[in-house]
Ligand binder design. Structure first.
Ligand SMILES: [Fe+2]
Length: 369
């Protein structure tokens, strides 16, 4: 199966996994053949991308760091906690702890699955989905710092709540499309201090975890906010979350721009080492993120088009790929696998974005034919 965004869906494509809303409700069942009506319905409900059947991707098995159900439960729990805060003025994070623990255990169990970043862009409801992604990435980084499970749970809860202070920022500023005035920008920056005030009162949130909300916009070189902390004066939790926060923001689709492809985000975030983020922590992250996630379609230096079938840690730039189109653009059934870590004279010359991919006739014909 292949994960595709809504904009390239066509009637006649077949859904390859149940599609659920952010509230967990089943929207479209696995096996449904799409028509104009259910494509419109998905768009109205704000679904960003879904899995479709693709014979070219039959042998492609996308490893998941965290399963769909765990992710959705965590999103729901976070929504409930934020809604509770808005009603009562108190953030009760206790109900989140079970779901945080379940997520941490899954990441530990799947730690060999590198972050398959295409998997992260699922939901429209950005704040919740983003917060959950940040928590997942933070745990993956911290595993490489040999945190024990209690410390991972602690970090994960802090990471999940890093932007809780946004609840105190006026909605019309958050929703504003154009540039912010200096006053509005200052109001947004307030979310760090505000978030800290919300979480520091809570006994279920440790002091270091509370400091994630306070410090996640500090920069390693001392140019961040709110206190211009520098280097190790920024708590390690917050240095981890800063990396996770920036990377997920780069690859996320937003109403005003398309997210970057993983290899693009990889290049951008590398330039921030020791300026915005701690290089030693960034390196731990970069060693565990797939530059070309499984399912990415690439062009090779021999002219053929191939799909990434497997990625090995530390060899992220040299995945195993499977040929799907020959150099003339004709479909190749059961194309050969090429291990780029062995075949050193073959290179990835291009990464297809979805629009380019679906404009290849042979490719889109194979989906609805
Ligand atoms: Fe933030």
């Amino acid at each position: 199966m292949q994960r595709v965004s809504l904009s390239v869906l066509q009637p006649g494509m077949t859904v390859a996994a149940n599609v659920r809303g952010a509230d967990g409700r089943l929207l479209v069942r696995n096996g449904t053949m799409l028509n104009e009506t259910n494509i419109k319905k998905l768009a109205l409900l704000g679904i960003g991308s879904i899995y479709i059947k693709n014979p070219l991707f039959e042998a492609i098995d996308v490893p998941e760091l965290v399963g769909e159900n765990t992710r959705i439960r965590l999103i729901q729990a976070l929504q409930a906690a934020f809604a509770g805060y808005q009603k009562t003025g108190e953030l009760d994070a206790n109900p989140l702890r079970t779901d945080v623990k379940a997520m941490v255990e899954e990441v530990i169990g799947n730690r060999d699955a590198m972050i398959q970043t295409y998997d992260l862009r699922t939901y429209q409801d950005y704040v919740y989905a983003h917060s959950v992604n940040v928590a997942i990435i933070a745990v993956l980084i911290a595993l490489n710092l040999d945190y024990n499970e209690a410390k991972l749970d602690d970090l994960a809860l802090g990471a999940l709540l890093h932007d809780v202070g946004m609840l105190a920022v006026p909605n019309e500023i958050i929703m504003k499309m154009g540039n912010l005035t200096p006053e509005e920008a200052a109001a947004v920056q307030e979310h760090a201090q505000q978030g800290f005030e919300i979480v520091r009162k809570r006994r279920e949130i440790s002091t270091p975890a509370a400091h994630v909300a306070f410090q996640h916009h500090e920069r390693f070189d001392g140019t961040g906010y709110p206190r211009r902390l520098k280097g190790d004066a920024i708590h390690e939790y917050a240095r981890i979350v800063a990396v996770a926060d920036i990377f997920d923001a780069l690859i996320a689709d937003r109403p005003y721009r398309k997210g970057l492809l993983p290899h693009e985000a990889y290049e951008i975030i590398m330039t921030l080492a020791d300026r915005y983020v701690d290089k030693s922590i960034l390196d731990l992250f970069l060693n565990n993120v797939a530059i070309y996630p499984v399912g990415t379609v690439v062009q090779l230096s021999g002219g053929q088009t191939a799909v990434v079938a497997q990625v090995y840690p530390k060899l992220q730039a040299r995945p195993v790929v499977k040929t799907i189109l020959d150099p003339a653009g004709k479909l190749v059934k059961n194309g050969p696998e090429i291990d780029l870590s062995q075949q050193l004279t073959t290179f990835v010359t291009k990464v297809y974005n979805e629009r380019e991919l679906f404009s290849l006739d042979a490719f889109s014909d194979s989906l609805t034919g």
